[in-house]
Write a protein that binds this ligand. Structure first.
Ligand code: AGP
Length: 606
């Protein structure tokens, strides 16, 4: 994840900006830079690599100025070079950005057609040019930014300063978090409260879609339509050591909301956003030499592997054997030497998964792991680690790690399909493009959670809840059921929707809510018939779909409108409402959402 900081100070800000960026180093980065405004001139300094390289530069070429912004960059568009490092600027504007501007290519083309020469490979540069164009048209900075934001698609956060306005900074949040800090005659901006801890503990968190016009006397927050809005000012308990809940009541809520940002960040590790192509690290195995993959994991990580089974088999024609690690490790599965064993684990310490890895090592398998903790036991014992970059996941119920696992697995499945000749270059562009759009869809879903609170009141009365899905969304039904039961303690079961008539339909009556993942994909009509079977027996249906209610052909208790996305990426997108259903139900039930009874974050014993 990139890191953003900004200061409207009463004294030179360059040193404070670097200090704030140091507190964001945990997010990972490959270059850094700051820009300040002094005597009506914007100047910047950037450096590849670690912040100490930037500090070395600043020691030789100090920046003065009491208004400034800073950035640690995790490259998404364009190599991690000094030229691509933020801040990006024109003579009138300087910008730092976290996230993805999906429509940057068309914007680059439109800007180039005006005769403006773009000098970097980044998506961010287009923001500086668009705002400058608006200023050149005679608009003031607030209108210039409002017009520009309306042209940007994607999930991002921005901080902007202006040559002609020493007491002005504008920030915008659309998917990636931003915190505003209040000082004594100073104002601060950061990707999280940890960055601002040295300056203030009085914080306001921007909500998705908000943008803030900041001066040293305070800020005015507007929503995406430009209407003035109020956000609560709170005391932050952040420190450099603590992972902060931000403005959320639970770590789980924060981590659910981090998904647009951390999925972008994880995808950036495996995708060339500029060319909409994969860019995987060298793999110590050749997909063309494999005749199957074995996958093993536990719990939510296992469900990620189950989704991947559908992807590998469909897009790479590569059979997958998958089993929960607690079973796999004792089955003594016959494995041909030289095969690929893939392990998925947030903690990288799950005992059953580690034991299964060691069994596969003894069977001369290539060992690959997808982990969220790079220095974990599973990572150490792997031939190759494909990291999820979800950041620390504190809530026992896994959320952001799950969707990041899916992001990595999706890239791996595309790579397998390409290597084995089942996906063309055009197919790769289509599937990678669908992945790039996932953070935007997640952001849209996370913008309005009002329906989930009402749903939780209904679900809280249930003793049994069924979750149904078909095809690649069947594991999402399993995951939804796991989320509900592990944090609300309500019994829930996930089923392949087609299995209903083979027994579970006997459970259906008006006391049993049935949650159905029903995207308008190739199996939609089949899923509809299952919906109607449930409705005919009085089942209380909650349907997640991009179809309109009229298309369902039956009465449902509630619908959760879903974006219409590529079938390939529906599992990542449908995971969001599954998490929110469980979260709001658990909150309504009053359970310990972040540390549910009987559970540990990492099961390091058998
Ligand atoms: C998921 O919400 C649970 N907390 C649990 O099933 C978890 O996914 C499982 O224990 C595996 O943990 P790991 O990913 O750290 O290996």
């Amino acid at each position: 994840m990139c890191g953003i900081v900004g200061i409207l100070g009463r004294e030179p800000v360059a040193g404070k900006l670097v200090d704030a960026l140091k507190r964001l180093e945990y997010r990972g980065y490959d270059s850094a830079g700051i820009a300040t405004l002094e005597a009506g001139k914007l100047t910047r300094l950037r450096a590849e690599g670690k912040l100490r390289n930037l500090e070395d530069r600043l020691a030789k070429e100090p920046l003065r100025g009491n208004t400034g912004i800073g950035h640690t960059r995790w490259a998404t568009h364009g190599a991690p070079t000094e030229n691509n490092a933020h801040p990006h600027m024109t003579g009138r504007v300087s910008v730092v950005h976290n996230g993805i501007i999906e429509n940057f290519q068309e914007l680059r083309t439109a800007i180039a057609e005006t005769g403006t020469v773009l000098t970097t490979d980044t998506d961010t540069e287009v923001v500086a040019h668009l705002i400058t164009h608006e200023l050149d048209e005679g608009h003031d900075p607030v209108v210039a930014v409002l017009h520009t934001l309306k042209r940007l698609e994607g999930a991002f956060a921005l901080a902007i300063i202006f040559r002609d306005h020493e007491d002005l900074m504008i920030a915008a949040r659309q998917g990636s978090p931003l915190a505003v800090g209040f000082g004594d005659g100073e104002m601060y901006l950061g990707s999280d409260a940890i960055a601002l801890a040295p300056f203030t503990d009085t914080i306001t968190y921007l909500q998705d879609g908000d943008w803030a016009v900041m001066t040293r006397n305070g800020l005015a927050i507007r929503d995406r339509e430009g209407n003035a809005v109020e956000r609560p000012v709170q005391k932050s308990v952040a420190s450099a050591l603590m992972v902060d809940k931000g403005n959320h009541r639970h770590f789980m809520a924060k981590e659910i909301h981090e998904q647009p940002e951390v999925v972008s960040h994880t995808l950036a590790h495996y995708i060339d956003f500029t060319n909409t192509r994969l860019q995987l690290p060298d793999l110590p195995f050749d997909f063309t030499n494999l005749n199957r993959i074995v996958i093993s994991a536990c719990g939510t990580a296992y469900y990620a592997g189950l989704v991947a089974k559908y992807w590998f088999e469909r897009y790479a024609r590569l059979p997958v054997d998958i089993d929960v690690a607690s079973e796999f490790r004792y089955r003594e599965v016959p494995l041909e030497p030289g095969g690929l064993a893939l392990f998925i684990s947030q903690s990288g310490e799950t005992a059953d998964t580690l034991a299964t890895l060691r069994y596969c090592r003894e069977q001369d398998q290539h060992i690959a792991s997808i982990v969220n903790v790079r220095e974990s036991s599973i990572a150490r014992d792997s031939d190759i680690v494909l990291p999820t970059l979800a950041g620390p996941e504190i809530g026992v119920a896994s959320t952001k790690a799950f969707t990041c696992q899916l992001a990595v697995l999706a890239c791996l499945a595309i790579a397998a399909g390409r290597a084995r000749g089942h996906l063309s270059e055009q197919d790769e562009t289509e599937l990678v493009g669908a992945l790039i759009g996932v953070p935007r869809h997640m952001s849209a879903l996370l913008r309005d959670e009002s329906g989930f609170e009402a749903l939780s009141h209904t679900l809280s009365k249930a003793h049994d809840v069924l979750y149904l899905g078909r095809g690649v969304n069947f594991p999402i039904a399993l995951e939804g059921a796991l989320k509900l039961k592990e944090i609300s303690y309500i019994h829930a079961e996930g089923y392949a929707a087609g299995e209903l008539k083979h027994g579970p339909i006997a459970l259906i009556d008006e006391s049993v809510p049935v949650v159905v993942a029903a995207p308008k994909d190739a199996l939609f009509e089949k899923t509809l018939s299952n919906l109607q079977e449930v409705a005919a027996r009085g089942g209380q249906i909650i349907v997640l779909s991009d179809a309109g209610e009229a298309e369902l052909g039956c009465e449902v208790m509630a619908t959760i409108p879903m974006p219409h996305a590529h079938d390939f990426v529906n599992p990542l997108i449908y995971a969001i409402p599954m998490q929110l259903i469980a979260y709001y139900t658990a909150v309504f039930m009053g359970t310990d959402v972040d540390q549910p009874r009987n559970l540990a974050k990492s099961v390091t014993v058998e």
